[in-house]
Design a protein around this ligand. Structure first.
Ligand SMILES: Nc1ncnc2c1ncn2[C@@H]1O[C@H](COP(=O)(O)OP(=O)(O)O)[C@@H](O)[C@H]1O
Ligand SMILES: [Mg+2]
Length: 399
């Protein structure tokens, strides 16, 4: 009856689980130095000449490459640097996918500045005037980040128009609003009027996709701050980096990591094994591999079992074609079957590749010529093996 006590007694592999969360903002961002430094240069004037300039920046780039987290960290740095100098700057992050109308966005901003502000009874222009009054009254400059801005632009509402123009109207007055817009691609700007577009297009920061090595560094850093030591080997992080690189979305890698850790804990392991990663990744991928198995010939299934056995025996995530072949011959011999030809087996491998069951990598090894390596990154080996044995049994083969 001591369920909690039993669970709590288990040693955890996490040092700080929340730091693996996709919404956590780390205080370091490997490989976003350049972007952070550029943002600092662009906004330096807010600190050196308070309330005399307004910056409007647009950030663009694919999903999951750190646009949001970089801007959030930058916002913290900006607030911190201004606080130290007694300059009143506030950073406000708005996700336009959540606050879908201009009215809601503006209301949200105002309520952050004045918690008692009543919700109803204002026009958009009213709200804007109220915002400016509030800023003047509090002697405050706000950096408003409109994340996923395309959700507002597509509505053809005029918040972005109004916001980009506020400061133009008060040339002589103080500049109290700066804006960072974040969009996945620039085509959504086509819905804007020309002058708003040209205001925004003056300063565009393009975020590029991370390379495989960069993804490795990032995932490694995130595990260092969230997991205990020696829980995850570099080899496994490399494997997750490979999987993540396909989409380039770091969120995907963080998700696999977290799930794999949870699986390891549920198995009372002290470290995350390759199998945990495969299970975690399988859960994430809606995959039709099990259907494919139903229609495979027995010989093809036997070769797939040979690959799985070879992977089990290896402590590497990849095995050579030669090794799989050797195990296949042994299986055939044990079952009293005559093996298929080398070239037929090679064809099976190509089919597995097409069916996305395996990944195949050909590497040149100096004078020895080329070698073929096989990997099953996306599926749980044990589940796959179980299913193959079931299928073979149903065809009358005992293995
Ligand atoms: N350089 C980095 N270092 C650490 N974590 C990162 C880095 N880049 C991205 N991440 C993490 O990856 C995930 C996706 O980043 P996010 O900023 O949400 O991407 P985007 O806004 O471009 O879609 C987040 O959980 C973020 O914390
Ligand atoms: Mg984002």
């Amino acid at each position: 009856m001591e369920y909690f006590e039993e669970l709590l007694k288990r040693p955890s592999i996490f040092k700080n689980e929340s730091k693996l969360d996709i919404n956590f903002v780390p205080n370091k961002l490997p490989h976003r130095d350049k972007e952070l430094s550029l943002l600092s240069q662009l906004f330096l004037g807010l600190i050196t000449n308070p309330n005399s300039i307004s910056r409007k920046i647009l950030i663009t780039g694919k999903t999951g490459i750190g646009k949001t987290v970089t801007v959030k960290l930058f916002g913290e740095l900006l607030e911190h640097a201004s606080e130290k100098r007694n300059i009143n700057i506030k950073y406000i992050h708005i996700n336009c996918r959540k606050e879908r109308t201009s009215y809601k966005v503006l209301m949200n901003i105002i309520q952050l500045l004045n918690k008692q502000f009543p919700k109803r009874g204002y026009s958009l222009q009213d709200l804007l005037d109220i915002l400016i009054d509030l800023l003047n009254h509090q002697n405050l400059h706000v950096l408003i980040v409109l994340d996923e801005l395309s959700y507002l632009i597509n509505k053809r509402e005029d918040l972005i128009y109004l916001l980009t123009r506020i400061n133009d109207d008060s040339i002589k007055g103080d500049q109290r609003i700066s804006i960072i817009g974040i969009v996945r691609d620039l085509s959504c700007l086509n819905n804007l009027d020309n002058s708003t577009m040209s205001t925004l297009q003056r300063n565009i920061i393009q975020f590029n996709k991370y390379s495989k090595d960069q993804i490795f560094d990032i995932l490694k850093y995130r595990t260092e701050i969230s997991l205990k030591e020696n829980v995850l080997s570099d080899k496994i992080i490399e494997m997750i980096s490979d999987i993540t690189f396909d989409s380039g979305d770091i969120r995907y890698g963080l998700n696999i990591l977290w799930r794999a850790c949870k699986i390891a804990e549920s198995k009372s392991l002290k470290y995350v094994s390759l199998e945990c990663i495969r299970l975690a990744n399988q859960d994430l991928l809606p995959f039709s591999a099990l259907d494919i198995l139903e229609y495979m010939t027995s010989q093809k299934l036997l070769f797939l079992i040979a690959i799985i056995k070879a992977l089990y025996e290896s402590d590497n995530s990849k095995i050579s074609f030669t090794k799989a072949l050797r195990i296949y011959y042994i299986i055939c011999e044990n079952m009293g079957l005559s093996p298929r030809s080398h070239s037929q087996i090679w064809n099976y491998l190509q089919e597995f590749k097409r069916e996305s069951i395996v990944k195949v990598q050909i590497m040149s090894k100096g004078i020895k010529g080329r070698r073929t390596f096989i990997e099953i990154p996306d599926l749980s080996l044990s589940n796959l093996e179980k299913k193959i044995i079931e299928t073979l049994n149903s065809k009358g083969f005992k293995i």
